[in-house]
Design a protein. Sequence first.
Length: 242
Amino acid sequence: MLNMLDLLYILSGESLSFIFFLDARVWVFLMYREMTRKRIQIKKIDNISSRQVTFSKRRKGLFKKAQELSTLCDADIALIVFSATSKLFEYASSSMHQVIERRDRHSASHRLDRPAIDQLQLESDSNDMLRQKVEDKNRELRQMNGEDLQGLTLQELQKLEELLKRGLTNISKVKDEKIMQEISTLKRKEVELTEENQKLKQVPSLTHVQRQSSESIISTSSYLPEDGGGDTCLKLGLPLLK
């Protein structure tokens, strides 16, 4: 008579595990799927020896997978690996040199086709950037008008307050400058108007002098004979002898 649990065997590395329980009369076979599997954290191995061992194992596995992929799918594969000690390891399904040349030709032809696509992408990125700047400026304007403030933090609100204070200071400064300019303009116009008034005050005296001259001419002409039939002649010559 054997014990209830005679053998426990788990196949490591597979998704299915098999547990066999051996009894005197009944063989019980259980198959279950592992729901969880312990995952190895991917990070740099601190221990140098362990790192070298892991590198050797993983490198061999990588090259094996590359060989299988090349055989199964008729793919042209080349792998270049440098270890931490700068040791070179490489694998090529055909020729490393040919694969590299093929890659360079592909890159060159790809670069020739890229300018138009790159230009369109650049323009699209520029438009997106400009659109984002416009949205940011509109949001800043709304916030300066006291809108859309709920999403701001205390620090952002303080910064906005300082910005508004500086803006008010600048506005007051510019306003004072404008007022002083208007005052200077008004004073200059006042001086010009005063000079014009002085000139206008001198106009009546000139008119009076002109009126007197006109009256003198009229009075002199009144002494002339009214008979318009006489002729007045002036003759030049020696006096006649009697």
